[in-house]
Design a protein around this ligand. Structure first.
Ligand code: AMP
Ligand code: MG
Length: 414
């Protein structure tokens, strides 16, 4: 067998890194869009947002108590309380109507405006309120229990930096500054299509030789976990014209993904539809599972034609589609990885990178990787049981028990 050629068919193979580089070469970040805060969750901010106001916006009390002049109460003690004249009360949500003069106090709630003249707040617990005066039992230094305007963020400072992925705390901060919408890289909307004469909707009875369409649902979940928006385009039979029409007619999507029909079978529709006159390339990639791949541009949108086997779909998504979506959404493309010790032998094709389904566990501070079953790409339960893909490089025929392997953690959002 010549190196770089498929063991089974003798066909030349494209190295994985080269295939990935080619697939991603035409992918660019989506143009930024202005989104209301609640729709921007999980999106990457396109540029710095400067604080349009001070936070907190005005000087307020941190306690329910009395706004005072610190100097007036410097000598206060439980047995020598200082009596201050009660000059008024501040209501939460309103302007302070009174200033605090020498020998005076104004009642303030938590979050109420600290009136002019006052420079500290005595908590209510350290006072004895009376009809028109208040006895203060302890001194408070200047500034105590006062939230100064702008002490968190001042006007014009960077509130949230561009490039940051907006999560709950960031959105709350923006909201507190009165920002209602932000310019972000939007979520990629992904059209998902299944091809195959044999496919039946889950929930419908299977006729002879038929199988349920698993890939549409797998890909739907993959898109959600990547932070994209799945758009179901349904199923088409193995008919090139139907495939081309379904992809061309897809509305409101930024990228197209189909599964099945990219290999050399007589009825495989992808090559028949896009083989000639289209900007779509067909590669045999040096990877297992997921060797046959198609990618290019269809109807002005990036297109990924994945193979049909369910595990190939899952692995191809991780290797090609997820990095593309992340690039479109302005996010880092990699998955977290760990180095783990194999708990059983993993045999694979020497000429391909093998992505072996494994379950990770921790033992004495180290990672262990247990293969979840056979390596055939139709075995979906082995995928469901796995939380990682061990990457067995080209040139390795058997990665033996005890060997160290690199494992991509692929379950969930990552
Ligand atoms: P293909 O790439 O179309 O030759 O399909 C390869 C294998 O994957 C065949 O056994 C198909 O029946 C199976 N397959 C294709 N599409 C799906 C799908 N959407 N769900 C489950 N299995 C599929
Ligand atoms: Mg097929």
């Amino acid at each position: 067998m010549k190196p770089g050629h498929d063991h089974d068919t003798g066909a030349p193979l494209v190295p994985l890194d080269e295939a990935r580089a080619r697939a991603l070469s035409r992918i660019e970040p989506l143009p930024p869009a202005d989104l209301p805060l609640v729709d921007a969750h999980g999106c990457v901010l396109a540029a710095d947002v400067a604080a349009p106001m001070d936070l907190p916006p005005f000087t307020s009390s941190a306690m329910d108590g009395f706004a005072v002049r610190a100097a007036d109460v410097a000598g206060a003690a439980p047995d020598r309380p200082v009596a201050l004249r009660l000059a008024g009360a501040v209501r939460i949500g309103s302007e302070a109507e009174t200033v605090v003069g020498v020998g005076e106090a104004v009642a303030v709630p938590t979050g109420g405006v600290v009136p002019g003249g006052a420079n500290a707040v005595v908590p209510v617990e350290q006072t004895v309120p009376q009809a028109d005066r208040v006895l203060v039992l302890t001194p408070v230094p200047a500034g105590r229990y006062v939230r100064r305007a702008g002490e968190d963020v001042s006007t014009g400072e960077v509130l949230v930096p561009g490039g940051k992925r907006l999560l709950a705390a960031d959105l709350g901060l923006l909201a507190s500054a009165g920002v209602a919408s932000v310019r972000v890289h939007p979520r990629a909307r992904v059209g998902i299509l299944s091809t195959g004469d044999e496919l039946v909707e889950p929930g419908s009875p299977l006729g002879p030789g038929r199988i349920h369409d698993a890939n549409a649902t797998t890909l739907h979940g993959c898109m959600l976990e990547a932070g994209g928006v799945p758009v179901a385009l349904g199923r088409v039979p193995d008919d090139p014209a139907a495939l081309a029409r379904a992809l061309a007619d897809a509305e409101g999507v930024d990228v197209l993904v189909s599964s099945g029909g990219v290999s050399v079978g007589e009825r495989d529709p992808v090559k028949a539809a896009f083989g000639a006159g289209y900007d779509v390339e067909f590669l045999d990639v040096a990877m297992q599972p997921g060797k046959p791949q198609a990618f290019g541009v269809v109807g002005g949108r990036p297109y990924f034609g994945l193979p049909g086997n369910p595990v190939s779909v899952f692995v191809s998504f991780e290797v090609f589609v997820r990095p593309a979506l992340m690039t479109m959404m302005g996010r880092p493309t990699g998955r977290p990885e760990v180095t783990a010790t194999l708990e059983a032998d993993v045999a694979g094709p020497r000429e391909k990178v093998q992505f072996a389904r494994v379950r990770l566990s921790r033992s004495n501070g180290a990672w262990l990787a247990a293969p979840t079953g056979g390596r055939q790409s139709n075995l979906m339960a082995t995928m469901s049981r796995a939380d990682g893909l061990a990457v067995i490089p080209v040139g390795v025929e058997t990665a033996a028990t005890g060997a160290s392997v690199r494992v991509m953690r692929v379950r969930g959002e990552g």
